[in-house]
Design a protein around this ligand. Structure first.
Ligand SMILES: CC(C)(COP(=O)(O)OP(=O)(O)OC[C@H]1O[C@@H](n2cnc3c(N)ncnc32)[C@H](O)[C@@H]1OP(=O)(O)O)[C@@H](O)C(=O)NCCC(=O)NCCS
Length: 240
């Protein structure tokens, strides 16, 4: 039997360890961002960019890691500190600002952008091309149709009588129809519907449904004019 000198053996071991660590760093999960946590059963589309301290596919209470599928389409950009729970189905080109929270079981279309520090609770439906500004609160059972626009600090609500017995069985979020725009600091009361192409003025408290193509303002919000009167938006024929 031929015995190699001890020094030679140690050189071989350290070379092997060096090669292993290079392979680990270039192909393993530690590759680029040690700070990102992507749970199991997450389908991320091509060219997703995920910022530092993002968490994707986090199981909600009562679920185990991987139990709920999470889908995020191609070309996503999740900025740092975004947290996305498991069970979301999100389309292509999804963008988040910093510190966004998306709870479980939401349906989110293509080309949606969610601004910094916005919170989307669970069972929310968001259509294609929706843009949500910074620090918006969207509770469960809200609906945001295609191409609607939500200004900064808007608050959606879904419980008419908070903390009352059985309130959780009667939660109803607002519905914002397609192309409607909600100004800064607006509060939408539970279950209200903002019609297509409507414009809600800054600071309004919307207590009743808003007709399609109306401009409303104030607390409580009242119709002050038609969007067509503003002459700055292109509208479908029936609202022009
Ligand atoms: C509602 C809005 C679209 C109206 O614009 P406008 O048609 O140019 O408004 P006018 O200046 O003609 O105002 C009409 C009347 O409504 C009042 N008004 C306008 N905006 C109001 C608002 N947000 N809340 C309460 N009253 C308002 C005006 O004081 C005026 O009342 P008056 O006739 O008694 O003086 C606009 O004021 C608004 O709030 N836009 C949203 C801004 C926003 O949040 N942008 C987000 C980007 S970050």
């Amino acid at each position: 039997m031929l015995l190699a000198p001890a020094g030679y053996v140690w050189e071989c071991i350290s070379l092997a360890l060096a090669i292993l660590s290079i392979v680990w760093y270039t192909t393993g999960p530690m590759m680029k961002q040690e700070t990102v946590h992507v749970y199991t059963n997450v389908r991320l589309g091509e060219t997703a960019l995920i910022g530092d301290f993002c968490v994707v596919g986090c199981p909600p209470r009562g679920y185990k890691d991987g139990q709920l599928l999470t889908v995020i389409g191609a070309d996503a950009m999740l900025r740092s500190h975004t947290v996305i729970y498991a069970g979301n189905v999100i389309g292509d080109r999804f963008q988040t600002g910093h510190g966004v929270l998306i709870r479980e079981s939401n349906e989110i279309g293509d080309d949606v952008s969610v601004g910094t520090q916005t919170v989307v609770e669970h069972h929310v439906r968001i259509g294609n091309g929706v843009r949500i500004h910074s620090q918006v609160f969207i509770p469960e059972f809200s609906v945001l149709e295609d191409e609607c626009w939500i200004g900064p600090n808007v608050v959606f609500t879904n419980a008419r009588y908070p903390q009352s017995p059985g309130v959780k069985e009667t939660l109803k979020g607002p519905t914002v129809r397609s192309h409607a725009k909600i100004g800064a600091n607006v509060t939408l009361l539970p279950g209200v519907e903002v019609g297509a192409y409507a414009l809600v003025g800054a600071g309004a408290v919307v207590v009743h449904d808003v007709p399609a193509g109306a401009v409303v303002a104030g607390n409580p919000a009242r119709v002050i004019k038609r969007v067509a009167d503003l002459g700055v938006y292109s509208l479908p024929d029936d609202l022009a």
